[in-house]
Every structure is written in structure tokens, then in C-alpha cells.
Write a protein that binds this ligand. Structure first.
Ligand SMILES: NC(=O)c1ccc[n+]([C@@H]2O[C@H](COP(=O)([O-])OP(=O)(O)OC[C@H]3O[C@@H](n4cnc5c(N)ncnc54)[C@H](OP(=O)(O)O)[C@@H]3O)[C@@H](O)[C@H]2O)c1
Length: 254
């Protein structure tokens, strides 16, 4: 089902920087009527408001706070496009105790936060459709990147929940799209020594996909390669990523 961004009303979580900020720019460039920009600290949205005026509505929205999510849903009842972008990545090492804290934090934000926001906005999305839900997964959803083992587990959960959400919304005019980027040039990927895609390219590819009704978006070369391998040879992909991780560890040690 194709979804037009023109005249849509969108909500982007984690809109103050990185890929989220790029989504706000791209949604407005395509003619969205209004974008609710969610951020833990609304003051971090000042430059967006300066640039776009009342086409951007700042929302205090920590996705781990049920109270803030409920308040956002009450304020933004006209949303028809939801972009679940907010995310965190820790560098917890699996065999050390920090992995428990790292995984807990990543699950709270990346998984429970995504689900909490989606639940809260389901009545509005159903009322206002046709529309879209966009979930930021990762190439780390397809195979566990040993450098970010707990993050990878959280993004595998995003992939799995997105499949379930497609079933939930199958009878509605709502396309549920998962995005699987490789490294993107944002704060999150600052320390990653791979080629990175600019965040505005990701936003453009994703909204092209949404407008074409695509449920899976592989927005960059690594994403296309790993996505292809995942669907044709998942065990082979696991070995390939393990070799990449070993090479990464060797380089980091030198
Ligand atoms: N960068 C990559 O290489 C890459 C690759 C694949 C997928 N992704 C995914 O793309 C999404 C955006 O990542 P990014 O690269 O733009 O990361 P980023 O530059 O680190 O930005 C993360 C955003 O999430 C927000 N956030 C963190 N915790 C939050 C919470 N509890 N409630 C609401 N917002 C919260 C941050 O807000 P504050 O400013 O308040 O911290 C910030 O706006 C994430 O889901 C990430 O996993 C990124």
C-alpha cells in the first residue's frame, strides 16, 4: 500500500539529532503538514523550530517514560506516520557484567520504548489512516555483531516485533516498514571504522520506500549485501559477520 507523505502528520522519536533530525527535514521537504518532533530535552529542538516554525511541534518524549508517551499521544492525536527512531547503543562486552546493564538499557529504549510508543499511537494511526509505522532496525538485526552484542540482540527484537506488528495492522491501511541501515554518519557510529552513509540519505531512501508501500528498506550498500545474505544464507551471514568482527578486534588491538 503506497502512503503519501504530502499533507501527512508525522511523529519522529529522537528527532533532535542524527537520523531522527534527518527524518524531520525530509518529511517536511516532501510536504508533510506537520511533524511532531519527540526529544528527551525539548530545548534540544530549538534549531528545528527556528528553521521550520509551527510546522514542527516539539514534544517532550522519553520513550522509556509511560507518562510522557501517554501525554504525547494525547497531544498528537492527528498523527498518521510514526517513525520509531529513538535508539541507544552501548559497547557492553558480553562476558562481563556490564552486558546486563547494557542490554537492559538497550531493551528499555530500542524495544520496549518502540512498543510503548506504537501501542500509545495505535488508536490515532487507525483513526487517521492510511499511514505508516517506520521502525529503525539495523544490519545488526540480521546477525549479531560481536563488537555490539547486546545492541544486536535488541535490534533482532525490533526485527521480530516488526513482523508481529505487520500482522496486527494487516486489516488497517497502515504499512509497517522496517529499516536495516549499516553504519550511518551520526554520533552513535562515531567510533565505527567502516564507511558510513549520511543520515539524510537514509531518511530519503526510507521515505521513498514508505511512499512505494515497501515493508523492508535496505538503504545502503552494506545493508543490501547483508539483507540479501540473510534471506538467502543466514548461517553463511553469521560466519561472514564473525570474520568481520575478528578483523575489527585485530585492528583495534594494533
Ligand atoms: N548510526 C548508525 O550507524 C545506525 C545504524 C543502524 C541503525 N541505527 C538506528 O537508527 C536510530 C537513530 O540512530 P542515530 O544514529 O541517529 O543515533 P544518535 O545520533 O545517537 O541519536 C539517537 C537519538 O535517540 C534519542 N534517544 C536516546 N534515548 C532516548 C529515549 N530514552 N527517549 C527518546 N529518545 C532517545 C537521542 O536523544 P538524546 O539527544 O536526548 O540522547 C537521539 O535523538 C537508532 O534506533 C539506531 O539504533 C543507527
Amino acid at each position: 500500500m503506497a502512503v503519501s507523505i504530502k499533507e501527512s502528520v508525522a511523529l519522529v522519536t529522537g528527532a533532535n539529532r542524527g537520523i531522527g533530525r534527518a527524518f524531520v527535514d525530509e518529511l517536511l521537504a516532501r510536504g508533510a503538514r506537520k511533524v511532531y518532533a519527540g526529544a528527551r530535552r525539548p530545548e534540544s529542538l530549538a534549531t528545528l523550530v527556528d528553521e521550520y516554525g509551527d510546522r514542527v511541534v516539539p514534544l517532550r518524549l522519553d520513550v522509556t517514560s509511560a507518562a510522557e508517551v501517554d501525554q504525547a499521544a494525547a497531544l498528537a492525536g492527528d498523527v498518521d506516520v510514526l517513525v520509531n527512531n529513538a535508539g541507544v547503543a552501548t559497547d557492553a562486552t558480553l562476558i562481563h557484567s556490564d552486558a546486563l546493564d547494557g542490554l537492559r538499557h538497550e531493551l528499555e529504549v530500542n524495544v520496549l520504548g518502540l512498543l510503548r510508543v506504537t501501542q500509545a499511537f495505535t488508536p490515532a494511526l487507525r483513526r487517521n489512516g492510511p499511514g505508516a509505522i517506520v521502525n529503525l532496525a539495523s544490519v545488526a538485526s540480521f546477525a549479531n555483531f560481536f563488537m555490539f552484542p547486546t545492541y544486536s540482540a535488541s535490534k533482532a527484537a525490533v526485527h521480530s516485533l516488526t513482523q508481529a506488528l505487520r500482522v496486527v495492522f494487516a486489516g488497517d491501511d497502515i504499512v509497517v516498514t522496517a529499516v536495516y541501515p549499516g553504519p550511518v554518519d551520526t554520533d552513535m557510529a562515531e567510533a565505527i571504522p567502516f564507511e558510513k552513509t549520511p543520515p539524510d540519505t537514509i531518511a530519503r531512501m526510507v521515505l521513498d520506500g514508505v511512499e512505494a508501500g515497501e515493508e523492508t528498506v535496505l538503504p545502503d550498500p552494506m545493508s543490501k549485501e547483508m539483507g540479501g545474505a540473510y534471506y538467502s544464507d543466514p548461517r553463511g551471514l553469521e560466519d561472514q559477520v564473525a570474520q568481520m568482527a575478528a578483523e575489527f578486534s585485530r585492528q583495534a588491538a594494533n
